[in-house]
Design a protein around this ligand. Structure first.
Ligand code: PMT
Length: 419
């Protein structure tokens, strides 16, 4: 008997790179969406082997998948040519992950019963790799107790992962749950299955975006934060198994799937949200650009030009320093979450970050130079210095998701060091 293959360790910022992924396509109308899924997986660096059921081939031709993957599609367990050229045991052994999309009610039932009467079910039973199902079917089939029991059995007995289904208008013209999860969401679910779960069991609170401090019902004082850095941190932490609460100021970004998002408008709402969530967390990461000042007397109706005069002035009140407040309260209690701040600086970046680390009593300050055109506010990349007491380390230019993972690498170590 050959020894089981060691599971590969994947970089959480790119867990699909060089991963061997089998995509099993079931026979449902959503089979066409599997083409986009395969394209996204390949684009992310995975080596994809497609297996199609007989019914799936009624919806999409194997040639499409062959063109997308550069590999012959495995369709027939009983074909002498295919079995000798591909071989279901070889495919099952080589896989790092099997994704079944769409997983129809029929495929789910056959997997739950342990059938091996076609290439897809045989590979799923023969593999030691994790299996991720993306169900897609008519709403009544989905809600049927037999389908639900089959899925429960797969999850509880075999440790199968499930993503979706989504809710909405279905091809069968019913509305409700049963829609295949979006291909991008299936890809993220695949990343979560493969990424190291070094934040499993940890609760993280991440703040993101700007705050808008109202002047009247239509105007506000704000800043250039897009939320990209904080959202990337929240998604990265969720991928690594953390339970994440994202406290988001006003941004144009869609809510990341699979985590709690609390939307706030201004600094005082952010303060209340932090107070509600921070003290039960293992770590609080403050990437939001919280306004230091707010208009002292916002008007409850739109201010007219004629009322404001030609040289208007705004009287400002100070907002509380929320991170500094957390640091002080943690010192008073003698316990509390790991505190990570961000320092947005225009000069002497590390020097100011060190001063903020001490003044706000936090454990790690992530310093970024916001004058750099490829770092800081609103761009897709960043370049940071991780500043701790007595130590600094540079993280060179990279995408914000990658920077997020490098920050979390250190957060994982710091949480572990606190015990
Ligand atoms: O959102 P993006 O467009 O992706 O841009 C990312 C970013 C530039 C906003 C991010 O990388 C960043 O630097 N965030 C912190 C911005 C900031 O407010 O820096 P600061 O140096 O003014 O504040 C230091 C720390 O104190 C921050 O963690 C901040 O959240 C916190 N703070 C600030 C003011 C305040 N009243 N209360 C606070 O808690």
């Amino acid at each position: 008997m050959s020894a089981p293959r060691e599971r590969k360790v994947f970089d959480p910022s790119a867990p699909l790179r060089d991963a061997e992924i089998v995509v099993g396509v079931g026979g449902g109308i959503a089979a066409y969406k599997a083409c986009e899924l395969v394209r996204l997986l390949t684009k992310a660096g995975a080596k994809v082997q497609v297996i199609m059921t007989r019914r799936a081939r009624k919806f999409v031709g194997p040639l499409t998948f062959q063109a997308l993957t550069g590999r012959a599609v495995f369709t027939d367990l009983f074909s002498l040519t295919q079995e000798s050229e591909i071989g279901h045991i070889a495919v099952a052994d080589r896989a790092d992950l099997i994704v079944v999309a769409p997983a129809t009610a029929n495929v789910v039932a056959r997997l739950a019963a342990g059938f091996t009467d076609d290439a897809l079910t045989a590979v799923c039973l023969a593999t030691r790799a994790p299996v991720l199902l993306a169900p897609s079917m008519n709403v009544n089939m989905w809600q049927h107790p037999i389908t639900q029991a089959n899925l429960r059995r797969l999850v509880e007995v075999a440790g199968t992962f499930v993503v979706g289904p989504g809710d909405g208008f279905l091809a069968c013209r019913w509305t409700g749950p049963g829609r295949l999860a979006e291909p991008a969401d299936i890809v993220e679910a695949a990343c979560r299955v493969l990424a190291p779960q070094d934040l499993a069991g940890r609760r993280l609170v991440v703040t993101a975006g700007p705050t808008h401090e109202p002047l009247d019902p239509v105007r506000f004082l704000g800043n250039r934060s897009s939320g990209k850095m904080g959202y990337a941190l929240a998604a990265a932490a969720a991928r690594r198994g953390a339970t994440v609460t994202l406290l988001a100021g006003p941004t144009a970004l869609p809510d990341p799937v699979g985590l709690e998002v609390v939307h706030v408008e201004d600094a005082r709402a952010m303060e209340a949200a932090i107070e509600a969530h921070a003290w039960s967390a293992h770590a609080v990461i403050m990437a939001a650009a919280i306004a230091d000042f707010r208009p002292a007397a916002p008007s409850d109706r739109k201010l007219k030009r004629t009322e404001i005069g030609l040289q208007p002035s705004i009287i400002l009140d100070s907002n509380p320093d929320l991170l500094g407040g957390l640091g002080a309260e943690r010192a008073r209690r003698g316990a509390g979450p790991l505190l990570v701040g961000f320092a947005a600086e225009t000069h002497d970046v590390v020097g100011y970050a060190q001063a903020k680390l001490v003044a706000k009593q936090c454990d790690l300050m992530v310093a970024n130079d916001v004058t750099s055109p490829d770092a800081g506010f609103a761009v897709d990349t960043n370049r940071v210095v991780l500043v701790e007491r007595g130590a600094t380390r540079e993280v060179p230019l990279a995408s914000k998701p990658e920077i997020a993972h490098r920050i979390l690498d250190r957060v994982v170590e710091l949480i572990a060091a606190r015990g």
